[in-house]
Ligand binder design. Structure first.
Ligand code: CTP
Length: 397
């Protein structure tokens, strides 16, 4: 195996450019190999020579390059990188990538890489808070790009607020963590995961659903894949990008999810049901669009299957993990579900909190085991929650 880790650092124009030199020097001390791409505007702040001396490697700029040269070179760099770090990242580069614009060496390399890309934005507070910039950041997060939040303080322009490049040591730590190879401790294991909402159709144009975005389940699928598992993801409708190299099954209703899950259940070693499944469906489905009348319309709902309960009843060797979305009495209710549905673990989250749970990037959960072990996790990214779930399943915590 290749020993040295490789990071491509994309440097864009801003007063924080000189801090990228500190990042490079810290990563070099950790024996990380660095190549630098500078944008035209970054070169206005610090010369490429400074980056070349510190990285002890080539610095790619567009200054002398023919367009044809970077068209070929960006592929080579994109493939070379284990990680691409964009620091400092301007509103411009964030906006370009979020909108599919690839018109220079850096933007084409970001577009062409399969490596993890981490942005460390630095810009004026008002710019950072601008809805367009925030939309672009959220869009990129949805596609799996990572961000290191800027710090607050006095900015170069004199304004006080959020927008300073994050601490160099935080950026370096984050890169080093990402470079660590995941132990393939799920190799040979078949992991079945459900994610997202289900829908219960009323007529050809209307349906009942819930607020689940699928982010938690997709993070679990990604984590399982990285740890070497053979992953089947049964997903309700979401806006999330597909995960490469897994078995992906798209479903809409409770019935379709049940059918898909039961098809794979007997072969699975670990089953994690993070989907928010509808418990009820309209008793009668109308083949025609329901027309409005004068008075109220009553909709009678019929109970639909509790898929997890069925899995609990049919459980053989599988490790069965459920979620409990609760708005009150979180732990008591979760414990009841753990017992009633014959689960091995349950992941309980309080859905009343604003900055965690549905649609959020973060989650704050408690994991309970059937043996009575209880682990309270701090607020953390859904990916980190996924890491903890598998660590708990494998007895690593
Ligand atoms: N679940 C399921 N089928 C359902 C409802 C829930 O498989 N019809 C699963 C979910 O995927 C989750 C767990 O059961 O893993 C708990 O879901 P939750 O909605 O919290 O609980 P419910 O069992 O529906 O109970 P209640 O809505 O009464 O809290």
């Amino acid at each position: 195996m290749r020993e040295k880790k490789r990071v491509v650092i994309g440097v864009t124009g801003g007063i924080a450019v000189y801090k990228a030199l500190d990042i490079i020097s810290a990563l070099r001390k950790q024996d990380v190999e660095i190549k630098v791409i500078m944008t035209e505007s970054a070169k206005q702040f610090v010369t490429p020579l400074a980056f070349q001396s510190l990285s002890q490697n080539m610095v790619i700029t567009d200054m002398f390059a023919e367009p044809k040269a970077w068209e070929i070179q960006h592929i080579a760099l994109a493939q070379w990188a284990d990680i691409m770090l964009i620091a400092p990242a301007t509103a411009n580069i964030v906006g370009k990538v979020a909108n599919g614009i690839a018109d220079d060496m850096l933007s084409t390399s970001i577009m062409a890489t399969e490596a993890k890309v981490i942005f460390a934005p630095a810009m004026n507070t008002k710019m950072y808070e601008n809805k367009i910039v925030q939309d672009n950041i959220n869009k990129l997060k949805g596609y799996g790009y990572s961000f290191i939040e800027p710090a607050s303080g006095r900015l170069a322009c004199g304004d006080i607020g959020k927008g300073k490049l994050a601490n160099v040591s935080d950026i370096v730590d984050r890169v080093l963590i990402e470079l660590e190879e995941k132990e393939k401790d799920l190799l040979g294991k078949k992991v079945l995961i459900t994610a997202g909402p289900t829908i219960a159709p009323i007529d050809p144009v209307r349906y009942i659903t819930n607020k689940s975005t699928g982010k938690m389940g997709y993070a679990i699928a990604q984590e399982a894949k990285e740890r070497g598992a053979e992953v089947t993801l049964v997903s309700g409708p979401t806006n999330l990008p597909k995960i490469a190299d897994i078995n992906f099954i798209s479903v809409k209703t409770n019935g379709e999810m049940k059918e898909a899950v039961l098809r794979y259940y007997d072969f699975a070693d670990i089953v994690i049901k993070s989907a928010a499944v509808a418990d009820y469906k309209p008793k009668e489905y109308s083949n025609e669009k329901i027309k409005k009348g004068e008075g109220d319309l009553e909709l009678t709902l019929a109970r639909d299957s509790d898929i997890l309960k069925i899995l609990g009843e049919r459980k053989k060797e599988q490790i069965l993990v459920g979620f409990a979305a609760e708005s009150n009495n979180v732990l008591n209710n979760a414990e009841k579900k753990l017992k009633n549905k014959n689960l091995d673990f349950i992941v309980a989250n309080d859905i009343t909190s604003n900055d965690t749970g549905f649609a959020s990037e973060d989650n704050k959960v408690t994991i309970l085991s059937k043996e009575g072990k209880v682990i309270n996790l701090d607020k953390m990214s859904k990916k980190q929650v996924a890491t903890n779930i598998f660590d708990m399943i494998l007895g690593k915590r």
